[in-house]
Design a protein around this ligand. Structure first.
Ligand code: ACO
Length: 324
């Protein structure tokens, strides 16, 4: 059976660079605290670009890098937890911006938080394998800055805005194994409430404000488990050993999480690609941005096997083992 392959990657970062020192003017924090607890030195924050705008820029970058005509795309998936609207979807608006409204295109948004790109790639892969679509555009795009309580120092220092895009098509090589998983986070360890129930038939509105909240210690434990579980799963499924893998590209949440995972798995830290110092945590965008930067730096050659792995709200986690 044929598989699907990532044939192009692109990224877009919000225009404004916000350093840790900039944040210390807003909340009681400092560069040393943020750097030592998270590894983050700066992040990009959107001033006037929407999630759709960032998704569009990342898609154009991927199209340029892969010399791809948007008119060959027949599926668009946008993974996001910070869409511009519930309806229309970011994916449908991206279709419009790409100028392919007149094509037969399946387009929808997907919410698997920071695992969104992994869920999106896996979904596109299955549609390609069953020949429902030929070429899919999968984008992780976020303007998380709109979801943050800018008075809460424990969360507002962690996140950034951006988008990462990949194009997949049918191929003999590419995705070797894939894995997604979920566990309902009844304790709301990582949460972002949506609209409250409000109608003439509801009582008083008791909905929490629509801000990101997090139980950092619980998420740290979960993330460490999730990366190892995902990597082990895709390796077992492919009957490969970690020594066959050139890089692990994890969701870029926190350098200490990646350091802990490396230790638990007995791997050198440089097996993991890390760029969160510059961009902070961009949720569903982070893995695509990381992959795009690896391509720009020439770190991935034809034949290299790479594991993309995500973990996040939901709780969700998963991985893709891909030969480039
Ligand atoms: N600057 C200065 N002090 C701070 C800041 C800040 N930005 N944020 C919290 N503090 C303070 C707290 O108020 C607390 O003070 P107190 O002892 O006087 O009460 C102290 O620092 C310690 O707080 P903790 O929350 O225990 O800090 P911890 O060392 O656990 O670090 C962190 C917090 C970095 C979030 C950590 O829990 C962590 O790494 N968690 C992993 C989760 C993560 O990174 N999530 C990213 C998003 S989730 C995702 O992508 C899936």
């Amino acid at each position: 059976m044929k598989t699907s392959k990532i044939i192009a990657v692109g990224k877009a970062l919000a225009q404004k660079t916000v350093t840790n020192d900039d944040l210390s003017a807003l909340v009681d924090t400092n560069d040393q605290w943020i750097k030592s607890r998270t590894g983050i030195e700066q992040r990009r924050i959107s001033v006037d670009e929407s999630t759709t705008d960032l998704a569009y820029r990342a898609s154009l970058d991927a199209m340029k890098n892969g010399n791809i005509d948007p008119n060959t795309i027949d599926m668009i998936i946008v993974a996001t937890i910070s869409p511009d609207s519930f309806m229309p979807s970011t994916a449908s608006m991206l279709q419009y911006k790409l100028g392919i409204n007149d094509r037969h295109v399946m387009a929808f948004d997907l919410n698997a938080a920071c695992t969104g790109l992994i869920y999106g790639i896996q979904t596109a892969h299955k549609f390609i394998q069953t020949k429902t679509v030929k070429r899919a555009l999968v984008v992780g795009a976020e303007t998380l800055s709109r979801t943050l309580n800018w008075e809460d120092r424990s969360t507002c220092v962690l996140f950034g805005d951006g988008a990462g895009a990949v194009v997949l098509e049918t191929s003999d090589t590419g995705i070797i194994s894939d894995y997604t998983n979920s566990r309902g986070d009844v304790d709301m360890n990582l949460a972002l409430p949506a609209l409250p129930l409000r109608s003439p038939f509801t009582g008083e509105n008791t909905c929490l404000p629509s801000w990101m909240s997090m139980n950092g210690a619980e998420i740290f434990k979960f993330a460490t488990f999730a990366v190892k579980d995902s990597v082990d799963y895709v390796l077992n499924q492919a009957d490969l050993d970690i020594s066959d893998i050139k890089y692990i590209v994890p969701h870029q949440a926190n350098e200490r999480i990646i350091g802990k995972v490396a230790k638990v798995m007995g791997l050198p830290k440089d097996k993991f690609f890390i760029n969160l110092m510059e961009h902070g945590n961009t949720s569903s965008a982070s893995i695509g941005i990381a992959l795009a930067e690896m391509m720009e730096k020439g770190l991935v050659a034809a034949g290299d096997k790479v594991i993309l792995t995500g973990f996040g709200g939901g709780l969700t986690w998963g991985a893709i083992l891909h030969e480039f």
